[in-house]
Design a protein. Sequence first.
Length: 440
Amino acid sequence: MSKASFLNEMLNNLLKKKTLFKSFKNSVDINDNFSLEVLVQKVLKAKGEASSNIVSEQLFDKIENLDDKGLLGFFRDISKKFDIDGSKLLEKAKKFNQNNSAQNLEAVLESSQPKRIEILSKLNSSNKGTIRLVKLREKLFSFLKKYPDLKRVDNDFLKLFKNWFNSGFLILKKIDWSTPALILEKVIEYEAVHEINSWKDLRERLEPHDRLCFSFFHPSMQDEPLIFVVVALMDKVPEKIDDILSKDRKILTRGSETTAVFYSISNCQIGLKGISFGDFLIKQVANAIREDYPNIKEFVTLSPVPGFMKWLKIKNTSLFNKINGTNSTKILNSHKDEILKNTLDYFFVSNRSDGFPNDSVTRFHLGNGAILDRINFCADTSAKALNSSAGIMVNYRYDLLNIDKIHQMYFDEKILNCSKSILLMQKQYQDKKKLFNLSK
């Protein structure tokens, strides 16, 4: 399958537009001697689409060739020089209060938006502008801690990206072994949960009929997955990762699948931090699976608990010291009850100011309408899992008929919805009253 056929649904007209002005661009020496400041002004003043594309390309080339010091200077300049003019905004707001006409409203809205927004928007018109802006925001992250005033620039990026990457623009594509190599390479690169060590490893996750992968794409980033989920079709809810990834596993016969297991979800673009795709992805993938596999009745995850050991080091240093660095299941089993009791505390007793669960994966799945279904002991004994989660893995369950209801309860009442098996474990290990309130 060619890349063109794979991406033939991705708004070809938009992609053609991106190259429409190449002839104009090539007629201009983009390696001119214009300073960064002059190019920014030229971008803001450009009126026609052709000239705007040309100067935007020049400016972006200049930005991308800056060293760290120069890039910091650029971010600080647009932070200070292209912010909202408070006096002008106040003046426009007074006029609107006196006469709330559409014209005066437009003047208020225009004055309330930093000029930085216009600069970034025009940069998007350059060749592959969207992905370049995503990568530019990724570079901005490295300066935010030391220069918190740049947060206002990051807010502008985020505002634009939330509009550009809303669900209406996202395209769900199935990825399999016949997908173009360019995309498959990105799956290997971006896999964040269970490392893919070779092309053979990737093939084992994509080629069998009981293994699926889906990803969201954006029409302006046709070669770049935004987020992808890898799914195992099984006849049971797995208790350990070897049930899924073992090279000796038995491949199910077609029609015997009853359970779809989301066992890895990877965000691919650091520069899109703060934009949630997971909610839309899981729902759309579940619906796509139900159409092709009518025998599938259950939708669950087998998820890591990446923050547990870091939390344990602070909350129970003694236990942490006993199990940290071990690769022995015998040692883990000797502390099983203590580990599970602390795992329950980690899930149900929040140490966060907002009262939501400590664990990022828990927040993700419960925020998307899942319930905490089962805690699995010694489910992943890889070095990475032992160091981050003491080998614990969790099944979250998605009840497709009640996703919205559970989602609303979680956000409105901060209730961590869970199964009867978790209730019984909670009763065994700790006071029941902690179950229903995530806050301290």
